[in-house]
Design a binder for this molecule. Structure first.
Ligand code: NAP
Length: 538
């Protein structure tokens, strides 16, 4: 490459939902030379990597898709309310083919580092294939939950059976038939995987550290009339989800639960429970997120459901959450999760009552002084969320400052999309944006469109760098924290609070704005309308 002349206009890292749309926008809308690097062998991102049994989307399929391809919205037929992982992957493959995206994506290539070259105002990007490329803009489309967390269990190297993290299953899957299987973890992934594995395995032992509040998914076929009605009103659907709080067609109940009668709230709880999905979590009484007493009323309803479903009262008590308010951890959706613990071949080992995992042995796991033998161990132990995938890129900004160091005490961003000292770098659904607290495609599309508009503005106005000011970044960080500190969210040791990774500084990772994704979108649009307030343009 000639000095100062970039090999590309923009480099995108990742070819999941966000990288695919970013490529489409850069190349086909703005006419730029864009290159995407993707570590996987095809498109899909999270839907390529997470192929554990039972993996499916927890958002309704009609809104878990791209809304920019209006024709495809009409043509594509989802088979169920929540699409399974292979179906989402098929959908994304179809989009890639339909828009000829793959020709600009280099697969099986992991970005290992990138630094900002201040003399030429370019990003220089390096890959594990030994290549380097340069571009004016660098866009991280690396996903929020892509950096696998495999805790350092003592003795893992001695285990003689098979083991695997849920986000790294081999492409053909794992045959659990007639096997003694352990699942470590009881988050949203495990809650999906456990019922499926229990059906195949000879014995399944679940190692639970913290029980979760699960609510029914109620997956199934969607009535053809409803599919038709939604298709006929897609413009309305899109408008509503974009302006909503969480990117779904949900609204909070406009009344505090503390002002309801027992009969009234029981009716509402029953209604949301029967509706299934995130209704109970995201369309409940709003004071549930702010007031412990209000929260207890919602939590109590779920506790009663658990006691009713799980036949063995001792197992039921183990499955009942005790230490955190309802809704402060990611809501797992249950398809026969609690029922699975009624099966004769399923055992629950609870860290609090039975003792924590002490070590992995040659034959299995020792927990609470007791030895358990397994053929397969599945670690459903989650991810170094949001900051992990960005830190893993080994980014160096101005003055060679490393993102790892700049974020040593937690994320610092402006709007979750830009980082002071890292010019022309954009982070799609980055930390301190609504991201994982929303229906992801809604937030992805909003960021991609905002970034594309920004780049278009840059080229029209002849600017070469855009960069968040430290002041705007600091104010945004204070705003993010002030809001979350007014809620019950900090009371949970959740991955939202960075609490799932040993040594990770406690910080709230997404943004829970007072008006949700709708308000956040308006804020980003205002920033742009005010000439990119809070940014320095040069
Ligand atoms: P997770 O929510 O972080 O759960 C990890 C589980 O592993 C937790 O039960 C955790 O216990 C346990 N764990 C972690 N380290 C451990 C250790 N050292 N010893 C024992 N147990 C340990 O991860 P996840 O279930 O993979 O879910 C991550 C996120 O992925 C979800 O929250 C969701 O946003 C996303 N997801 C999405 C979908 C979907 O929509 N399709 C499906 C699944 C997941 P503690 O709770 O005590 O930390």
């Amino acid at each position: 490459m000639a000095a100062g002349i970039p090999t590309h206009d923009a480099i995108v890292i990742g070819a999941g939902f966000s990288g695919m749309y970013m490529l489409k926008a850069l190349r086909d809308k703005l006419g730029l030379r864009a290159r995407v690097y993707e570590a996987g062998e095809t498109v899909g991102g999270t839907w390529y990597w997470n192929r554990y049994p039972g993996a499916r989307c927890d958002s309704d399929s009609y809104i878990y898709c791209f809304t920019w391809d209006k024709q495809l919205l009409q043509e594509w037929e989802w088979s169920e309310r929540y699409p399974e992982q292979p179906e989402i992957l098929r959908y994304l493959e179809h989009v890639a083919e339909r828009h000829d995206l793959k020709r600009d994506i280099q697969f099986n290539t992991r970005v290992t580092g990138a630094e900002f070259d201040e003399s030429n105002n370019l990003w220089c990007v390096h890959t594990d294939k030994g290549e380097s490329a340069t571009a004016r803009y660098l866009i991280a489309a690396v996903g929020s939950l892509s950096d696998t967390n495999l805790p350092q269990f003592k003795g893992l190297e001695k285990f003689q059976g098979k083991w695997c993290h849920t986000s790294r299953l081999p492409s053909g899957g794992i045959d659990f038939t007639a096997k003694r299987v352990a699942v470590v973890g009881t988050g949203a992934t495990a809650v999906q995987a456990i019922p499926e594995i229990a059906q195949q395995a000879k014995e399944l032992t679940v190692f639970q550290r913290t029980p979760n509040y699960c609510v029914p998914a109620r997956n199934g076929k969607v009535a053809p009339q409803l599919v038709k009605a939604r298709k006929a009103d897609y413009d309305g659907v899109i408008k509503r989800i974009r302006e909503s709080f969480f990117g779904f067609e949900y609204d909070f109940i406009p009344k505090p639960v503390l002002e309801t009668t027992p009969e009234e709230r029981e009716r509402e709880f029953d209604r949301m429970w029967d509706e299934g999905g995130f209704a109970f979590w995201l369309a409940n009484y709003q004071d549930m997120f702010f007031n412990q007493e209000a929260n207890d009323l919602c939590a109590d309803y779920i506790k009663r459901k658990i006691r009713k479903t799980v036949k063995d009262p001792i197992v039921a008590e183990k499955l009942i959450p005790k230490g955190h308010p309802y809704g402060t951890k990611r809501q797992p959706l249950d398809s026969n999760y609690y029922e699975t613990f009624n099966k004769d071949n399923v055992l629950l080992v609870d860290a609090n009552t039975d003792g924590p995992i002490e070590e992995i042995t040659a034959k299995g796991i020792r927990a609470g002084g007791k030895k358990y033998e397994f053929d397969i161990i599945i670690f459903a132990t989650g991810f170094d969320a949001m900051t992990g995938p960005l830190k893993a890129l080994n980014l160096k900004g101005r003055d060679g400052r490393r993102l790892r160091e700049v974020w040593a005490d937690g994320p610092h961003t402006y709007l979750g999309i830009s980082i002071a000292g890292f010019p022309n770098l954009f982070t799609i659904t980055g930390p301190q944006s609504p991201s994982v607290l929303s229906n992801m495609p809604v937030s992805i599309e909003q960021h991609v469109e905002w970034i594309a508009d920004c780049i278009e503005m840059m080229s029209k106005t002849g600017k070469t760098t855009i960069e968040a000011t430290p002041k705007a970044q600091e104010q945004w960080g204070s705003h993010v924290n002030e809001i979350v500190n007014g809620t019950l969210m900090p009371r949970a040791n959740s991955w939202y609070m960075s609490a799932n990774i040993a040594g990770k500084p406690r910080a709230f990772l997404p943004y829970l704005g007072p008006e949700g994704v709708g308000g956040y979108r308006r804020k980003c649009d205002e920033v742009a309308a005010e000439g990119y307030a809070g940014f320095t343009l040069a």
